[in-house]
Design a protein around this ligand. Structure first.
Ligand SMILES: [Zn+2]
Ligand SMILES: [Zn+2]
Length: 261
């Protein structure tokens, strides 16, 4: 189940961001920036293609048993019945030994290892560039429109806070009415009347714009941070497990035999 939910969420986020960027922002605001739009769509395509390949080839790094005799070596894996190559680790989720295992990634429902490490780095680079691009080129136009609708003092903290709270409230209300619809098998309008009247103060401001503004910003930070971390690891020829595993392997400060008086 979880192997389906994460990839669907991943595709959903990618395609929703493309919809907001092309339809709600570029077409909706009448931006005449064909080159900017083309670069955004190009980065989106690269991102989706590498993501699809990652999903498709997620089992590519599994070590295949080669018939070598069992030994008492600590590198022997009982579950897979093979002697592991150096830097190979057994992944519990995949239930297989993964060559040069970096980490198990729920977004691809598989491991990042020897076989798909380069592809994983490409995906991170494309997706981080895509999010940065659509945020940097989409948000100035959105802010211009919000400013003209909500007045010049939109950037005062309290005004921006109001818009943000309304946005969160709308999300919660949408989730709540969706849950109610499912439980009672009936259709509820997504925005309650009280909320609609509050929102009418900012009539014309689309939730999609705020999604790009707020969620896009968070994804920009997380993805670029993650990409930098993984490129740093690749430059040092280290895997995530090796970097974090080393800390765990440090000897205890107080071994079990030490008596503390
Ligand atoms: Zn194994
Ligand atoms: Zn795995």
């Amino acid at each position: 189940m979880i192997q389906v939910i994460f990839p669907l969420t991943g595709y959903g986020l990618l395609f929703y961001s493309l919809y907001v960027y092309t339809v709600r922002v570029h077409a909706g605001l009448g931006l005449q920036q064909d080159a900017v739009l083309a670069i955004g769509c190009g980065l989106f395509l690269l991102s989706v293609l590498t993501y699809t390949r990652l999903l498709w080839e997620r089992n590519g790094s599994f070590q295949v048993p080669d018939g070598r005799a069992k030994d008492d070596d600590s590198r022997y894996c009982q579950k897979c019945d093979l002697v592991r190559f150096p830097r190979t680790k057994h992944c519990r989720e995949c239930d297989a030994c993964v060559l040069r295992m970096d980490h198990h990634c729920p977004w691809i429902g598989g491991c990042v290892g020897l076989h798909n490490h380069k592809l994983f780095l490409q995906f991170l680079a494309y997706t981080a560039s895509y999010v940065i691009w659509i945020w940097m080129t989409g948000v100035p136009a959105i802010l211009d429109v919000i400013q003209s609708i909500a007045g010049k003092d939109i950037f005062t903290l309290s005004r921006l806070w109001t818009v943000y709270v309304l946005y969160l409230w709308s999300l919660l209300s949408a989730v709540q009415s969706l849950v109610t619809s499912i439980i009672t098998f009936s259709w509820h309008p997504f925005l309650s009347p009280s909320l609609t009247s509050q929102w009418s103060v900012y009539a014309g401001i689309e939730l999609h714009w705020l999604a790009l503004l707020v969620i896009g910003f968070l994804f920009m930070l997380v993805l670029s941070g993650f990409a930098c971390f993984h490129f740093y690891l690749a430059l040092r020829d280290k895997t995530t497990r090796e970097i974090f595993g080393r800390r765990r392997q440090r000897p205890d400060r107080f071994p079990a035999s030490t008596k503390i008086h």
